[in-house]
Design a protein around this ligand. Structure first.
Ligand code: PAF
Length: 285
């Protein structure tokens, strides 16, 4: 950490702003797009790589998480990153580590419902990375949409002096959202995977056309299973800003899903615009 602090202090003395892109490694084009956006907005860019044990609720999942330090460093070389920060777990979490950051409410459903402790682990490490880097802004992908909203709420609630910027999901040519977990998809499953995004887009179109939310979600869930997915963990329509569950498309929304393809859990989300005139009809007087 002293080296990180020293580098940031030099940049600050030179009047430069500092951005951080927190990652767990196994980098892909989605991560690089965050680095490029950070660089394009000016200043220095720190990329952190830390596979955070606190946010895994299964040791098996932690062990299976892909790691590729050499590949990551090579990818970052031409990306515009100024510093790669890779802390050790023992440095992040000394043996008597006993503090955590928990964001209530927003973390209850979706990924929070089935991954106990995930968001508390994530919020704790992100807070530490923000404080260690002293960055002015942080870049997160919209692919982990609930995570983005949790981090934004945490920053607001705790008055952390950092601006959180959400960036669009980067997709493969066939529509599959880029994810480090995609590396674990066997070939046959990889061929099925893009169906999730395609079906979610079709659902968004149906909802925007006035389709009944319950019916569209049920039909889409069935279609995901018919396409070859093993299980739909969740498929829900939530408000874009605070992730309130929506029974009707009364506000700008996101359709969010987590679905299992064999042993691999894929998540994705698509925006759903509220039809003009219906927007805010449910808003309290
Ligand atoms: O999205 C991730 O890769 C992780 O949740 C993050 C933000 C790096 C925290 O460990």
């Amino acid at each position: 950490m002293p080296e990180l602090r020293r580098r940031v202090a030099i940049w600050r003395q030179a009047g430069e702003s500092v951005a951080v892109v927190p990652t767990m490694g196994a980098l892909h084009e989605g991560h690089l797009s965050l680095v490029r956006q950070a660089k394009a907005e000016g200043g220095r860019v720190i990329v952190t790589i830390f596979v955070n044990p606190l946010q895994f609720n299964s040791q098996a999942d932690l062990a299976l998480y892909p790691r590729d330090e050499a590949g990551d460093a090579a990818l970052l070389a031409g990306s515009g990153a100024d510093l790669l920060y890779v802390p050790e777990a023992s440095d992040m979490y000394p043996a008597d580590f006993s503090t955590s950051v928990a964001v209530a409410g927003l973390t209850d459903g979706l990924c929070g419902a089935n991954r106990v402790g995930h968001f508390t682990g994530m919020a704790t490490v992100v807070t530490k990375l923000f404080l260690r880097s002293g960055a002015d802004c942080a870049y997160f992908g919209e692919k982990d949409f609930q995570q983005l909203r949790v981090v934004q709420r945490m920053v607001r609630d705790l008055d952390l002096p950092i601006r959180v910027i959400g960036c669009p999901t980067i997709r493969e040519a066939d529509g599959l959202a880029m994810s480090s977990r995609n590396r674990r998809l066997p070939q046959a499953a990889r061929a099925v995977a893009p169906a999730l995004y395609r079906l979610m887009q079709e659902a968004a179109v149906a909802l925007e056309a006035g389709g009944d939310v319950g019916a569209v979600l049920a039909e889409t869930g069935a279609a995901v299973l018919a396409a070859g997915f093993a299980r739909v963990e969740y498929l829900e329509l939530r408000a874009e800003d605070d992730l309130t569950r929506l029974e009707r498309l009364s506000r700008p929304a996101r359709l969010l899903a987590a679905c299992w393809l064999g042993e691999v859990r894929l998540i994705d989300n698509v925006p759903v615009r509220a039809p003009a005139g219906r927007e805010d009809r449910d808003a309290p007087c």
